[in-house]
Design a protein around this ligand. Structure first.
Ligand code: DX5
Ligand code: ZN
Length: 222
């Protein structure tokens, strides 16, 4: 595949939660393209994180877009409150929505970019049916809920299958393939080679001694 831009989205989940403003600025200085914000409800996933008030506070500090990933059981009910709080990209889970098209259109109508996420065991068809309506398809490369987990290798083939499908439908320049979980420069290289163009990385970037080096090592994969 020819050289292309890779969007790098550090996951705030791995930042110091007591210094979020400084952490957001530090990620931007390091070259981040988006801030990935993991919303967890303690129900769709066994962990609990941020709600709309914290998104609103982050939005005041962030100069780069907020890529808000809602791991919640009721995205149809709560997604819009995250858009209103400042999400620039709103990614909901295909497994949890009852009305994917309606939700994607509502997000777009409010001025944000809709995205759909799939857990590692969910068939790709759950996302491809929505592909003409979303800007991002996010393939989870871990079971969501926690940072710092190991990359699930099957993701590489899933990215390749999805990339080929998007090409066959002439959607390859309209839909971003984002990969989330266990990304570092080695796993990142494999999914980029398979066709991913956005990489979420929590531990690898926020845990790095030099965050700029970590961001650059992912950006250079394109
Ligand atoms: C997992 C989250 C990921 C997580 C990635 O549920 O959706 O975004 O923060 O963290 P790392 O890169 O540490 O696997
Ligand atoms: Zn995430």
């Amino acid at each position: 595949m020819s050289s292309r831009e890779i969007i790098v989205a550090p996951s705030i989940l791995a930042a110091d939660p007591l210094r979020l403003g400084d952490e957001i600025r530090s990620a931007e200085e390091a070259g981040a393209d988006w801030h990935h914000v993991d919303v967890m409800d303690g129900h769709f996933v066994p962990n609990l994180t941020f709600g709309p008030p914290l998104i609103r506070a982050m939005k005041k500090v962030a100069k780069k877009p907020l890529d808000v990933h809602i791991m919640v059981s009721n995205p149809d009910d709560v997604a819009m409150s995250y858009v209103e709080a400042g999400a620039d990209i709103l990614v909901f889970h295909a497994e949890a929505t009852h009305h994917g098209h309606r939700l994607a259109e509502a997000i777009r109508a409010k001025g944000a970019r809709p995205g759909v996420a799939l857990n590692p065991a969910t068939p790709l068809e759950f996302a491809t049916t929505l592909a003409p309506h979303v800007d991002v398809i996010m393939l989870m490369s871990v079971n969501p809920g926690f940072g710092g987990q190991g990359f699930i290798e099957d993701t590489v083939q899933r990215v390749k299958t999805l990339r080929d499908w998007l090409v066959s439908k002439n959607l390859e320049s309209k839909v971003i393939i984002e990969v989330d979980g266990g990304i570092n420069k080695d796993t990142g290289a494999r999914v980029v080679r398979a066709g991913a163009n956005a990489l979420v990385a929590g531990t690898y970037i926020y845990g790095a001694t030099d965050r700029s080096v970590a961001v650059r090592s992912l950006k250079s994969l394109g």
